[in-house]
Write a protein that binds this ligand. Structure first.
Ligand code: FMN
Length: 344
C-alpha cells in the first residue's frame, strides 16, 4: 500500500546540483547515520536505485589517517561507491581534521563533511559535534582549515544551536560559507533535543535565504508529501533523508520516478541486508547492525514490536533471518508512516 508520489516531485528531485567543483545527479541524499548508514546498507541502497549522494557514518578525524579500511568499523567502503560518498568527520582539532580530509580526498571520495550536529554527551564533552556550535568562530576556523587542505567539496552538517533562535543558525551558515563550505545540511533542532520535538522547517528557509551555497534540509521527512512540502516551503536545494531512508530505502528511487515497490519489498530488503552485512562484517558486528536496522524495519508495521523483539534477542544472524521470514509469512499490516517511537 505504498502511497502515491505527488506529481511534480520527481521533476524537482531529478535536477542536478553543483557542489563546489562537482555535480550530483539529483536532490535526494542519504543523511549520515551511525551504525545504520554503513557499507552494507549503502550497497543495498545502490541495488534499489541509489541516491544522488551518500554521507557516511561519522568517523573520528583523529583516526582516519591511519585507519585500515578492511578492519575499521566505520571507515569501510566499496570502491564503486566512493565518488558518490562523502565521509563525515568528527573532531575539534583543525590540524587533525585537515589530515583526515587529505586522506579522504586521496582515496577518491566525493568530499568531506564536517559534523557540527552530534549532541551525544560523550562526543560533546570532547568539544566535538554540536559542542562546536557554542563557539561559531572556532567552528568556522575548523571548516577553513579543512577547506585549505583539499580541493574536493567540503560540506557541513549542523543544527540550530543550543538555544531555539533562528538567528543563531543563520549567522553560523554565513560564517561557514565565508570559511569555504561548498554546501550545508541543516537539521533545525536545538542540540539538547535528540529528535523529540518536531524539526522547525521554517528555520531551513531562513538559513537557505542567508547563503548562496546549496542547503540540504533535514529532519522529519517521513513520506513523499513531506519531501515535496520541505522543498516547496523552505526553498532548500535538496533533502537529506535520515530515518526514513533506513526504514524504506527504496524511497529515493520511487520518489525520483521509479516504479512503486512490490508487495514483498520489506522482506526482500531485510533478508538482502542480512546477506550484505554478513558479506561486509564479522558475525558479531553484522548482527549488531542488523539489530539496529530491525527497529526501523519494525516501525513500518502495526505490530512491528513483536518482530523487533525477536530480532533484538536473536543470538545469531540465522535466528534473526528466521524471525523476519516468520513475521512476513503472516502478511503484517503496513503503517502509512513509520512508527516514530521505534525510530530512535
Ligand atoms: C541512529 C542515528 C544515528 C545518527 N548518526 C549521525 C551521524 O553519525 N552524523 C550526523 O551528522 N547525524 C547523525 N544522525 C542524525 C541524522 O543524520 C539526521 O540529522 C536526523 O536523524 C534527522 O533526520 P531524519 O528526521 O530524516 O531522521 C543520526 C540519527 C540517528 C537516528
Amino acid at each position: 500500500m505504498t502511497a502515491a508520489v505527488p506529481s511534480g516531485l520527481a521533476q524537482l528531485v531529478n535536477r542536478p546540483l553543483v557542489i563546489g567543483r562537482r555535480t550530483i545527479s539529483g536532490r535526494l541524499v542519504l543523511a549520515p547515520m551511525t551504525l545504520l548508514g554503513h557499507v552494507a546498507f549503502r550497497q543495498l541502497l545502490d541495488e534499489l536505485g541509489g541516491c544522488a549522494l551518500m554521507f557516511s557514518e561519522m568517523c573520528s578525524a583523529a583516526r582516519i589517517p591511519t585507519e585500515n579500511r578492511h578492519t575499521s568499523s566505520y571507515f569501510r567502503w566499496r570502491d564503486e561507491e566512493a565518488d558518490r560518498l562523502t565521509v563525515q568527520i568528527l573532531g575539534s582539532d583543525g590540524g587533525r581534521m585537515a589530515a583526515a580530509a587529505r586522506r579522504i580526498e586521496a582515496e577518491g571520495f566525493f568530499g568531506v563533511d564536517i559534523n557540527l550536529g552530534c549532541a551525544v554527551k560523550e562526543i560533546c564533552k570532547f568539544n566535538q559535534g554540536a559542542a562546536l556550535l557554542k563557539d561559531p568562530v572556532a567552528a568556522a576556523d575548523l571548516v577553513g582549515q579543512v577547506r585549505r587542505a583539499v580541493q574536493c567539496p567540503v560540506t557541513v552538517k549542523f543544527r540550530t544551536g543550543w538555544r531555539d533562535d533562528p538567528a543563531i543558525p543563520v549567522a553560523l551558515a554565513r560564517r561557514l560559507e565565508d570559511a569555504g563550505a561548498d554546501a550545508l545540511t541543516f537539521h533545525p533542532r536545538v542540540a539538547p533535543d535528540l529528535r523529540t520535538r518536531p524539526a522547525r522547517w521554517e528555520y531551513i528557509a531562513q538559513v537557505k535565504a542567508a547563503v548562496s551555497i546549496p542547503v540540504f534540509g533535514n529532519g522529519d521527512v517521513f513520506d513523499a508529501e513531506d519531501c515535496l512540502k520541505m522543498l516547496a516551503t523552505t526553498g532548500c536545494d535538496g533533502v537529506a533523508l535520515g530515518r526514513l531512508a533506513i526504514a524504506r530505502p527504496w524511497s529515493f528511487a520511487h520518489w525520483s520516478g521509479g516504479a512503486a515497490p512490490g508487495a514483498s519489498i520489506y522482506k526482500d530488503v531485510a533478508l538482502r541486508l542480512a546477506d550484505l552485512l554478513d558479506l561486509h562484517f564479522e558475525p558479531a558486528k553484522a548482527l549488531r547492525r542488523f539489530k539496529r536496522y530491525a527497529a526501523y524495519l519494525a516501525a513500518n508495521f502495526a505490530f512491528g514490536n513483536t518482530l523487533y523483539n525477536r530480532i533484538r534477542n536473536a543470538p545469531e544472524m540465522a535466528v534473526a533471518r528466521l524471525a523476519a521470514a516468520d513475521f512476513f509469512r503472516d502478511h503484517p499490516s503496513e503503517r502509512r508512516r513509520p512508527n516514530l517511537n521505534l525510530l530512535r
